[in-house]
Design a binder for this molecule. Structure first.
Ligand code: PRP
Ligand code: MN
Ligand code: MG
Length: 181
């Protein structure tokens, strides 16, 4: 199919559900970081949508920066060995850092990222992840803010990709089998 919408098997989270949960998370973050000058760190590329919507739903002053990382190793999925493709623009020492992610799958990417950013002397490092797959966890990641816990299925949309496509879907859903074949 050429219409990415028809490639979905079912919608797991609608545009409205995502928007409502992001408003709730933003309100929580506004309260928790009040008066603290937080730096949101978006992890490219998956986090672009949640970063854009979450930051606009927040009311407190904030800064934004982005990192791009890549897992490499023998497998296709996270190996836990992470390479920085694009680092932060600025020094984060003394800053309150909030890592913004689309999804925690094995947890390997985030666990590496938390350790990496923590070593730079920030005032604090916390994680806000829109989605988390508890059944897929290989390492335990301390996540302060989670949007939704979801089943261990391959999902796309709202930043999440399959072969770099479907990121622009407004909802999160599973792909129809014909897409893979
Ligand atoms: C995906 C996702 C998370 C990470 C989660 O990124 O956006 O960043 O994998 O997996 P993990 O918990 O098993 O480490 P991906 O590497 O696909 O890059 P992308 O964000 O550019 O799609
Ligand atoms: Mn990612
Ligand atoms: Mg991806």
């Amino acid at each position: 199919a050429t219409d990415t919408g028809t490639d979905l098997e079912h919608v797991l989270l609608s545009e409205e559900q995502l928007a409502e949960r992001i408003r709730e998370l933003a309100a929580e973050l506004d309260r928790d970081y009040a008066g603290q000058d937080v730096l949101l760190v978006g992890v490219l590329k998956g986090a672009v949508m949640v970063m854009a919507d979450l930051s606009r739903a927040m009311s407190i002053p904030l800064s934004m920066d982005f990192m791009a990382v890549s897992s490499y190793g023998s497998g296709t999925k996270s190996s836990g060995v992470v390479r920085i493709l694009k680092d932060l623009d600025a020094d984060i020492s003394g800053r309150h850092v909030l890592i913004v992610e689309d999804i925690i799958d094995s947890g390997l990417t985030l666990s590496w990222l938390i350790a990496n950013l923590s070593s730079r002397g920030p005032a604090s490092v916390r994680v806000c992840a829109l989605l988390r797959k508890p059944e897929a966890a290989k390492v335990v990641v301390d996540v302060a803010y989670v949007g939704f816990d979801i089943p261990n299925e391959f999902v796309v949309g709202y930043g999440l990709d399959y072969s770099d496509r479907y990121r622009n879907l407004k909802c999160v859903g599973t792909l129809a089998p014909h897409v893979y074949s």
